[in-house]
Design a protein around this ligand. Structure first.
Ligand SMILES: C[S@@+](CC[C@H](N)C(=O)[O-])C[C@H]1O[C@@H](n2cnc3c(N)ncnc32)[C@H](O)[C@@H]1O
Length: 256
């Protein structure tokens, strides 16, 4: 199902060139190992769970969640073009209908009113919080998460490392991962793909933690990215990044 939440008005960065991002994601790149491994370790089993996904992009994580047995994935993104792509990319091979577990909807994760009919077991946001242009926007994202999680439910996200030095990004990021960062003026950063520049903001650990606490979440954890245990050669080759990663897994839990 695709629906549009009529509240979104500004054009999202990713509307400008959704295809450029798509091309980067489809290409073979060891960065995909790094971003996904710890995220799914921390998320753990989703079999039979209901999931709200924020900033779903073209639905690659939504698809992985459905393939891992999630009962439902309500996947949302502020970019209309990304949601259109998500719908196109997640059709069943045969009938052309969407995989039954998946629903896609345009939604700004800062929306102050959004409320699912039923709270969910997990909220996931792979690259979410650093799109908050202000602390207030970060707090709004956390409030949306808090009010849509069940008691005992968990948030798992992947986000900009608050302690990463974006003024001295290792040149191997661009050479090996095919994207780069440019500090505009702290906390504002540009993420640069070949044909697409995206605005990011680097908020402190305490800003995230205060916003999550205020939204009623606890057990806040920051986990370093990793590669799978059976890929020691990748761990060695990527040590330069894994020792100083630009993104971390951030998770939290709503108390019972
Ligand atoms: C780097 S992409 C990640 C997409 C997906 N999570 C993935 O990992 O494949 C970031 C996505 O965040 C979305 N986004 C940015 N700001 C947002 C907001 N305020 N609310 C919802 N989505 C947002 C963008 O439109 C884009 O699709």
């Amino acid at each position: 199902m695709l629906s549009l939440n009529g509240k979104h008005s500004e054009m999202a960065d990713y509307d400008a060139n959704a295809a450029a991002y798509d091309n980067w994601y489809s290409a073979e790149n060891d960065y995909h190992l790094v971003e996904l491994t710890r995220f799914f370790q921390v998320l753990d089993d989703v079999e039979g769970l209901n999931v709200l996904e924020l900033a779903c992009g073209d639905g690659r994580i939504s698809r992985m969640l459905a393939d891992r047995g999630a009962r439902s994935v309500f996947a949302t993104d502020v970019s209309t073009k990304m949601i259109e792509r998500a719908v196109e990319k997640n059709r069943d091979a045969g009938g052309g209908t969407l995989k039954p577990a998946l629903t896609f909807q345009v939604l700004d994760a800062c929306d102050a009113d959004f409320q699912l009919a039923e709270p969910v077991d997990r909220v996931v946001g792979m690259y979410l919080f650093h799109y908050a242009p202000t602390i207030e926007a970060l707090q709004q994202m956390c409030r949306l998460i808090g009010r849509n999680l069940k008691p005992g439910g968990r948030l798992v996200s992947y986000t900009v490392n608050p302690d990463y030095d974006f003024t001295h990004t290792d040149p191997r990021v661009e050479a090996e991962f095919k994207f780069s960062y440019r500090m505009v003026s702290p906390p504002h950063i540009h993420l640069v793909f070949k044909d697409l520049t995206v605005n990011l903001w680097q908020w402190s650990k305490s800003a995230h933690e205060e916003a999550l606490h205020a939204a009623g979440l606890e057990d806040i954890r920051w986990d370093l990215p990793c590669v799978p245990d059976d890929r020691p050669e990748s761990a060695a080759a990527l040590k330069w990044y894994l020792d100083k990663p630009s993104c971390l897994v951030l998770s939290a839990r709503k108390p019972r």
